[in-house]
Design a protein around this ligand. Structure first.
Ligand code: ARG
Length: 584
């Protein structure tokens, strides 16, 4: 069975044709006034000018010219020339049962190979709130891409190769000059266990950075250490491996709590060997120039509304840049993984960087012109003062601290609703964690990604309104009904006469909504959708006493509707990367 909108578009297109008003494209959308019909078509209005005929007359003729079909119950002309369409009940029943049986059938909308670049934590620095957004949105976009047929890979793209590492390593050398890693004559095996914890490294970095900024000599040493690390000095590399190990573990742990995971755990360092040859080639091909000692590529274009400065490939001291690594990584993604599209989920303040990188890639031809590049930027999470969310003393808000804050609020909320003591302490902790993660992730995803939003832990954790906990709660409610009724999904039965049209149509829109979320790279589309389904289900639940209904026809229909609602909501939550609960 084809998508309903597509089906209707084909039927209407033929009708327009038959009526003598052939149009290139016909668009069907849900009816804006639900009492008037299920779907509507406004193309008689857009065709009026082309054919010099009044829209109502076109619409009337089109309605009369509809081909024979088993989908449309009635098509009526309304207002200025809208065509309102009502579906046949038996078709609705068939479509809903089909939807339930095929919810997870592959959608082959776009089958390209896509790499999603998200997370982007920086080694030796703690994850902060910005990494929450990148991780949350990126994980969801990756799932959405996969759902429409992409073969996807998520890459964490560690910031693991720049000055911060030089600073940390030189600071370690200053503090522990006797460590074997700093003995230039040492030729043996280095210890396998890291000589520090991640906490020690994270604490060391701010001091190292402050010291280097305050003292030119220390800065010079840090520069030197960065350079020697990149050139492969053994002891530094060994130390770097240790820093990588402890940092990766911490990233895995924190992102793990948030149900965020990557297929590729690569970083800037992995593209290092490609950087210099790539720059040489770009220079050789005549795309670069030397400007104040630096090697740059001009990327400004006619019609630019803002000044787009040249993309710097080598600094005047010969060091490679953030842009160089991103360009080399692109080549690697195409060559090693056959990427046909790369989507970057990064703070929107890096917009200019990606404009420069994308244009350089195009201009220099280092990757195929068919490789599609997208920057999906996101806004900031702010505090109530409208400024980026900070700790009480004004410091950068670490992700671990933020998660803890939400966990505490979620625990409180769960306890409030569980006065009867139905759960053990262990169960409570488990439920509270899932509720907290759903609260945080849903809040983050439900705002269109480029927008900023305000962190409001109380609101996020509320069991009412457009929140993660509300959705989790609705899901457990549906599960509990099906459990109590011993529902058997193998024998679906559905009689549209016993249900409101709105919920049926909403459930049928699932696939379209997933495709729309993909087209717009916007998980928020799915948040709106799942919230709408939950609301419709809850009002249905409040008016129908499903379990105690004695009319079998009604009861079977309602149980099926509950089942499909549950499946649909679970599917969307999976695409959002939010785990659900059996009970709460
Ligand atoms: N590590 C970077 C940062 O914290 C983000 C990396 C984004 N991805 C990329 N390919 N540049 O700013």
């Amino acid at each position: 069975m084809k998508n309903i909108t597509k089906n209707l578009e084909t039927l209407l297109k033929t009708a327009f044709q038959n009526a003598g008003f052939g149009l290139e494209k016909i668009t069907i959308s849900p009816c804006t006034m639900i009492d008037m019909g299920d779907f509507q078509c406004n193309d008689a209005l857009s065709g009026a000018k082309k054919f010099g005929t009044a829209p109502r007359i076109i619409a009337q003729k089109v309605v009369e010219s509809l081909p024979q079909n088993d989908i449309i119950q009635s098509a009526e002309v309304a207002g200025a020339g809208f065509i309102n369409i009502t579906l046949r009940d038996d078709f609705l029943a068939k479509a809903l049962i089909f939807a339930a049986q095929n919810l997870n059938a592959p959608i082959n909308y776009d089958t390209r190979k896509t790499i999603v670049d998200y997370g982007g934590p920086n080694v030796a620095k703690p994850l902060h709130v910005g990494h929450l957004r990148s991780g949350t949105i990126g994980e969801s976009i990756k799932h959405i891409c996969a759902a429409v047929g992409n073969s996807t890979l998520g890459d964490v793209h560690f910031g693991d190769w720049g000055m911060p590492l030089g600073m940390v390593i030189s600071e370690l050398e200053r503090l522990h000059p006797d460590w074997v890693y700093f003995d230039p004559n040492f030729a043996g095996e280095y210890p396998t266990n890291p000589p520090f914890t991640v906490k020690e490294i994270e604490d060391l970095y701010p001091t190292a950075s402050k010291n280097a900024k305050a003292d030119e000599k220390l800065m010079e040493i840090a520069h030197r250490a960065t350079f020697e690390l990149q050139e492969g000095r053994r002891g530094y590399r060994a130390l770097w491996e240790h820093i990588m190990t402890v940092s990766k573990n911490e990233v895995r742990r924190l992102y793990g709590i948030l149900n965020i995971d990557f297929e590729l755990w690569l970083g800037e360092s992995d593209a290092h060997n490609l950087c210099r040859p790539m720059v040489e080639k770009i220079v050789e091909d005549g795309h670069a120039k030397i400007s104040q000692g630096a090697t740059v590529v001009d990327v400004a274009e006619d019609g630019d509304k803002i000044d787009i400065p040249p993309c710097m490939l080598l600094k005047s001291d010969g060091a490679i840049t953030y842009a160089t690594t991103d360009l080399a990584t692109l080549m690697q993604r195409e060559k090693d993984f056959g990427a046909q599209r790369v989507i970057y989920i990064v703070d929107k303040r890096q917009d200019l960087h990606f404009t420069q990188v994308f244009r350089t890639a195009r201009k220099t031809g280092i990757v195929s012109p068919n490789l599609q590049l997208d920057f999906a930027g996101f806004g900031t999470m702010n505090g109530k003062d409208g400024k980026p969310y900070k700790t009480r003393d004004g410091g950068v808000m670490q992700l671990a601290v933020l998660i803890e804050e939400v966990r505490q609020m979620a625990t409180q909320k769960v306890q409030e609703t569980n006065q009867t003591g139905a759960y053990t302490a262990e169960e409570m902790a488990f439920i509270a964690e899932k509720v907290a993660v759903s609260a945080l992730k849903f809040a983050d995803l439900s705002i269109f990604r480029t927008k900023d939003y305000i962190f409001d832990v109380e609101k996020f954790c509320s069991f009412e309104g457009k929140t993660g906990p509300y959705l989790l709660y609705t899901i457990t409610r549906a599960k509990s009904i099906l459990r109590k009724a011993g529902y058997d999904a193998q024998n679906p039965y559905f009689n549209p006469a016993h249900c409101g049209r709105e919920i049926m149509l909403a459930l049928l829109a699932c696939k379209n909504e997933i495709i729309r979320a993909y087209d717009e790279l916007a998980p928020s589309v799915l948040c709106d959708y799942v919230y709408k389904v939950a609301n419709l289900f809850n009002s249905f639940y409040n008016t129908c006493n499903i379990i105690n209904e004695t009319d079998e026809d009604k009861k079977k229909t309602w149980l099926f509707l509950t089942h499909l609602t549950l499946q649909t909501m679970e599917k969307i939550m999976q695409l959002l990367g939010i785990e659900t609960l059996e009970k709460m």
